[in-house]
Design a binder for this molecule. Structure first.
Ligand SMILES: *Cc1c(COP(=O)(O)O)cnc(C)c1O
Length: 404
């Protein structure tokens, strides 16, 4: 480790709130699937900023769109129109088949905005008595870090000592349609759920789950809100993860890869009158829908489609999953994945996943542990077959080591 590395890490530790525990690498450059540290060492990025850099680091076309727009106009606020927002609306609606769009910045803001919108819809359209709206969520969810959201988390680390929390949420097990059927009441306005639980360790629900969920929501006039902030925009090998079961959400949340990692851009998309209940003055964001964000997002969506990244995610994801399943190692309990959203869960006796991530770092792969025993593997969607094979070789030698 050079002195400069120690310096960056020590200075962060000295001045920063310690709300993260990063792997000990200081990155200074990225291109495609690769990132470089301050000593010039190269790594294959198998986290992709939790799927935000799906298009690859510093994609030249997104970069060009950002620089061009930054020269012209960056922020107007929504007090005035700008010449990028309409085009962003048109293009995201066409891409996703949505009718209405609400632009925000972070993923958590999109979730909060959806919660506000479905509650308002519940009171004004469904006829729920004021103040009685219920939203059903799943155990082990991850929807962001705001106070409203952590209040319905089931992770003690996430919610501990941050209360009191807002009422109006009911928690059910993930992947059990019968639990949803039981939880719905006349006051239920929405079911908020991730198609695949990412932070929980890439938990894929049983086949048919979302078909049943869709039917239950339709039958009870409950808005199905899919948080596709991590699964969306090609990550699972389809544009939206909902397409794996051929269903359509009433409200879809996008973020992360919506900007290709250049800028925080998120959106609430709806197929019905949910967003139609918001009137002027009832919701907003200074930066939401700003021309720089819109120009970046337009380019990020365009390259995803034009460069075949979604098909590539399906192809390379299958190759990576098969390769991981072929690794014969006593350390591995289960390999899971859909598209390029994969995870290797280790046996409890194998030692902590973080040790394996640190060993992978030494071999030129950056991955992140989640929940102690799981290594998440989610490279940018531009990864090639050769790069997948390169990664598999290193994963195989690391996973056959014993760090217990
Ligand atoms: C990352 C994420 C969020 C929160 O997004 P932020 O931009 O970090 O606020 C919400 N939901 C899911 C499923 C996520 O993966």
């Amino acid at each position: 480790m050079s002195s400069s590395v120690i310096d960056f890490i020590a200075t962060e530790a000295r001045f920063g709130a310690h709300n993260y525990e990063p792997i000990g690498v200081v990155l200074s450059r990225g291109e495609g699937v690769w990132v470089w540290d301050t000593d010039g060492n190269r790594y294959l990025d198998c986290l992709s900023a939790y799927s935000a850099v799906s298009q690859g680091h510093c994609h030249p076309k997104i970069l060009a769109a950002m620089v061009e727009q930054a020269h012209r106009l960056t922020l107007t606020s929504r007090a005035f129109h700008n010449d990028q927002l309409a085009l962003f609306y048109e293009e995201i609606a066409a891409l996703t088949g949505s009718h209405k769009v609400l632009p925000m910045n972070s993923g958590a803001e999109a979730v909060e905005s959806a919660i506000k919108a479905v509650r308002k819809w519940g009171y004004e359209v469904k006829g729920v008595p004021d103040g009685q709206a219920e939203i059903i969520v799943c155990a082990n969810n991850f929807h962001g870090r705001t106070l409203g959201i952590v209040g319905f988390s089931t992770d003690p680390e996430t919610r501990g000592h941050f209360g009191p929390f807002a009422p109006g949420f009911k928690i059910i097990p993930f992947g059990e349609a019968a639990a949803l059927a039981e939880a719905i009441t006349p006051n239920t306005v929405a079911f908020l759920v991730e198609p695949i639980q990412g932070e929980a360790g890439v938990v894929i629900p049983p086949p048919g789950y979302f078909t049943e969920v869709r039917e239950l929501c339709t039958a009870s006039n409950v808005m199905l809100v899919l948080d596709e902030i991590q699964t969306g925009l090609g990550r699972t090998g389809k544009l939206l993860a909902e397409q794996h079961e051929g269903i359509e959400a009433d409200v879809t949340l996008l973020g992360k890869a919506l900007s290709g990692g250049f800028y925080p851009v998120s959106a609430v998309l709806s197929n019905n009158d949910v967003l139609g209940t918001l009137r002027p003055g009832q919701h907003g964001s200074t930066f939401g829908g700003n021309p720089l964000a819109c120009a970046v997002a337009r380019a990020a969506m365009r390259v995803l489609v034009e460069e075949g990244m979604i098909e590539n995610a399906a192809r390379q994801g299958a190759r990576l999953l098969e390769g991981l399943k072929d690794i014969r190692a006593n350390t591995i309990r289960e390999v899971r994945g859909r598209g390029l959203m994969l995870a290797v869960e280790l046996h409890p006796e194998a030692g902590r996943a973080r040790r394996y991530c640190e060993a992978l770092q030494g071999k030129g792969i950056l991955a992140k542990d989640t929940h102690g025993q799981t290594i998440r593997i989610a490279p940018p969607l531009v990864i090639t077959s050769d790069q997948v094979d390169w990664a598999l070789e290193r994963l195989a030698t690391t996973l056959t080591q014993d760090f217990s």
